[in-house]
Design a protein around this ligand. Structure first.
Ligand code: UT7
Length: 323
C-alpha cells in the first residue's frame, strides 16, 4: 500500500540581531541602494555569539511540532539540512534529537547547500511512501554568518542566519505530490567554501574558510535551471502553470525569484518572498518562507505549492505540494 507525506506543521526561527544595509555600508564599500536594487535585500539576521545552528533548529522545530499538534515521541525520523553544522560529528540531527528528547529513531544531516531543504523533503517523502517512517521532522538550519568573509562585499551582503522546520505525517492522500532532485558537481568552483576538514583543517581552525562565489555566473545558471525545473515538475504532474497557487522559492535574490515567477506567468502576489527581511539563509530559506505564508494565512488547505531551490554543488530541486 502506498502512503503519502503531508506537511502538518511548520516553524521558523530567526536570531534576534538584525544587520541592516546601513550597517554594512560602514563595513565594506557598498550602498543600501546597490544591495536593494541588485538583490532585494534590506536586512538579515545574525546569530549571537554562543548561539549555534542547533539552537536555531531547536526553536524552529518546537514551533513546527506545536503547530502539528503531535507528541514528540511520535517522531520516527529527523532530517536536518545544513551546510553549517555545529560539529564535525555527531550530525546536527543527532544533537537536535537529544535536545528534543527523542530516542532511537534515525537522525541524519543532508548537505545540499541552498537546495538542502528540498533534498531533505524528498528523502523524507521516499521513506514515508514505503511506510518506513510515519512522522518525520525535516529542518533547514544555518549559521552562514560563520562562513562569510565580512570584508568581501561580493558575498557578505547576501547571507543571513535562520532555521525553518516542517513536520510531515503519513496520510492516505498526498501531501507531497512529487519531488525532483538534481546536481552537477562540475560547477563546484563557482560557489564554494574551498577549504574543509580533510583538505585544509588549519584554514577552518583559524577561521579562514569562507564562501566564494562567481555571482554573475551563478545568477545566470540559477535562472536557466530553475526555469527548467518548473517545466519538469509541472509535466511530471500533468499540471498547467495556472494550477500552481503559490511559488515558495529559495530566497537568494529577488531578481532570480522574479524570473522564475515570470516563467510560471505568476503575479508577484502569488510568490512568497522573504528575501528582503531574511537575506539568503541557504537551507533555511524555503521552510522559513513557507512558515511565514502558512502563519499569515496566505497558504490554505487545498492550495498547490511549488517549492524550488538552487545552490552550491550545483544542486537544484523542487517539490510540488498539495497543502
Ligand atoms: O543561494 C545560492 C545561489 N546564489 C545565488 O543565487 C546568488 C546569485 N548571484 C547574485 O545574486 C548576483 O550575481 C549578485 C547579487 C551576487 C551580484 O549581482 P550582479 O548584478 O550579478 O552584479 P555583478 O556581479 O555583475 O557585479 C556588478 C558590479 C561589480 O563591479 P564592476 O566589476 O562592474 O566594477 C561588482 O564589483 O557590482 C560590484 N559589486 C558591488 N557593489 C556594491 C559586487 N558586490 C557589491 C556590493 N556593493 N555589495
Amino acid at each position: 500500500m502506498t502512503h503519502f507525506a503531508r506537511i502538518v506543521g511548520t516553524g521558523g526561527y530567526l536570531p534576534e540581531r538584525i544587520l541592516t544595509n546601513a550597517e554594512l555600508e560602514t563595513m565594506v564599500d557598498t550602498s543600501d541602494a546597490w544591495i536593494r536594487e541588485r538583490t532585494g535585500i534590506t536586512q538579515r539576521h545574525i546569530a549571537a555569539e554562543g548561539e549555534f545552528t542547533l539552537d536555531l533548529a531547536e526553536q524552529a522545530s518546537r514551533r513546527a511540532i506545536d503547530m502539528a499538534g503531535i507528541r514528540i515521541d511520535e517522531i520516527d525520523m529527523i532530517i536536518v539540512a545544513t551546510t553549517t553544522p555545529d560539529q564535525v560529528f555527531p550530525s546536527t540531527a543527532c544533537l537536535l534529537q537529544s535536545r528534543l528528547g527523542v530516542h532511537g529513531c534515525p537522525a541524519f544531516d543532508i548537505q545540499a547547500v541552498c537546495t538542502g531543504f528540498v533534498y531533505a523533503l524528498a528523502v523524507a517523502d521516499q521513506f514515508m511512501r514505503t511506510g518506513a517512517a510515519t512522522t518525520v521532522l525535516v529542518v533547514g538550519a544555518e549559521t552562514f554568518s560563520r562562513i562569510i568573509d565580512w570584508t568581501d562585499r561580493n558575498t557578505c551582503v547576501l547571507f543571513g542566519d535562520g532555521a525553518g522546520a516542517a513536520v510531515l505525517k503519513q496520510d492516505t492522500a498526498p501531501g507531497i505530490l512529487s519531488t525532483h532532485l538534481h546536481a552537477d558537481g562540475d560547477y563546484a568552483n563557482l560557489l564554494q567554501v574551498p577549504q574543509g576538514v580533510s583538505n585544509n583543517l588549519a584554514a577552518v581552525q583559524e577561521g579562514r574558510a569562507f564562501v566564494e562565489m562567481a555571482g554573475g555566473e551563478v545568477f545566470r545558471m540559477a535562472v536557466k535551471t530553475l526555469g527548467r525545473i518548473v517545466d519538469e515538475t509541472l509535466e511530471a504532474n500533468q499540471l498547467d502553470k495556472s494550477d500552481v497557487d503559490w511559488l515558495v522559492p529559495h530566497q537568494a535574490n529577488s531578481r532570480i525569484i522574479a524570473a522564475t515567477a515570470r516563467k510560471l506567468r505568476m503575479p508577484v502576489s502569488k510568490v512568497v518572498q522573504t528575501v528582503a527581511e531574511h537575506g539568503n539563509t541557504s537551507a533555511a530559506s524555503i521552510p522559513l518562507a513557507l512558515d511565514v505564508a502558512v502563519r499569515d494565512g496566505r497558504i490554505k488547505r487545498g492550495d498547490t505549492i511549488l517549492m524550488e531551490g538552487f545552490g552550491g554543488g550545483f544542486t537544484w530541486g523542487s517539490a510540488l505540494v498539495n497543502w
